[in-house]
Design a protein around this ligand. Structure first.
Ligand code: ZN
Length: 261
């Protein structure tokens, strides 16, 4: 499921390929992917324009097209494909932008849990959906995170995954951050010490940055990451302990029963 690092990769892909080309035609192949907007309105508002910049917030991607912004959410199976030859059109393409010059950008989504829509401004969307700050934004500092840790109750993993508190962290990366920070996923966030809060903050940023950097060069996450050992009874790559499985915040959670306190 695309989390922040995956969506950052899509944002970079969009920027690299699909900016500054006139949109000759918009094809909506499956209207179910659109939010409330009708296919005809959606197409008409983008036709003749060009995408000029891209912004990511959490798991959301926005592309500026003059007076309106395209909003993409990738759900579970969303992806982008930029191509020239029609044979490369993805099987589950739901919306296709045809550019002058013959290239195409397809939003594909096999399971249709994602979404494609228009919004006047990204900040409007962020406000309307009550999204928290993006953890890689320059304004997201240790101080921001301390404020969150002091004000919130509940398991640290639930807080990391709540999109209205921090936008972009999902199940896999929340587990990874806590594994690296040696913190048990069920610990109450407001009971973490100052130094533990700092450790979680550092792990949060480091894991996201590492994941983005690795994705950029098509590399796997390091072998010492929990990511490669998500199996009950597996050996912990850090301390040799045993990986345990549990359910936190309604999601399957893996952690090391030995070194995560
Ligand atoms: Zn361990």
């Amino acid at each position: 499921m695309p989390e922040l690092p995956e969506v950052e990769t899509y944002a970079r892909y969009f920027t690299r390929h699909a900016l500054h080309q006139r949109i000759a035609r918009v094809r909506v192949l499956d209207e179910r992917i659109l939010g409330t907007i009708r296919a005809a309105t959606f197409s008409q508002r983008l036709k003749g324009r060009e995408f000029t910049s891209v912004r990511r917030h959490g798991k959301n991607l926005f592309a500026c097209a003059g007076e309106t912004w395209l909003h993409l959410h990738f759900g579970m199976t969303g992806d982008l494909a930029y191509y020239r030859e029609t044979v490369k059109q993805p099987r589950f393409a739901r919306v296709i932008f045809d550019f002058d010059g013959g290239a195409h950008l397809a939003y594909e989504d096999m399971r249709l849990f994602g979404g494609v829509d228009l919004t006047p401004l990204p900040d409007d969307y962020i406000r309307e959906h009550a999204l928290g700050p993006d953890p890689l934004d320059a304004s997201f500092t240790l101080r921001t995170f301390r404020g969150i840790a002091n004000a919130r109750r509940g398991a640290v993993k639930s807080v990391l995954m709540s999109q209205e508190i921090i936008a972009g962290v999902g199940n896999l990366y929340a587990d990874e951050m806590l594994f690296q920070a040696s913190i048990h996923p069920r610990r109450a966030i407001n009971e973490l010490s100052d130094s533990e809060v700092r450790t979680v903050f550092t792990a949060l940023r480091r894991v996201l940055r590492e994941a983005i950097a690795r994705r950029d060069r098509d590399a796997e996450l390091p072998p010492r990451y929990l990511f490669n050992h998500r199996e009950e009874g597996a050996r912990c790559p850090r301390c040799g302990g045993t990986i345990a499985r549990s359910v936190v915040f309604g999601r399957t959670t893996y952690f090391c029963a030995t070194h995560q306190k």
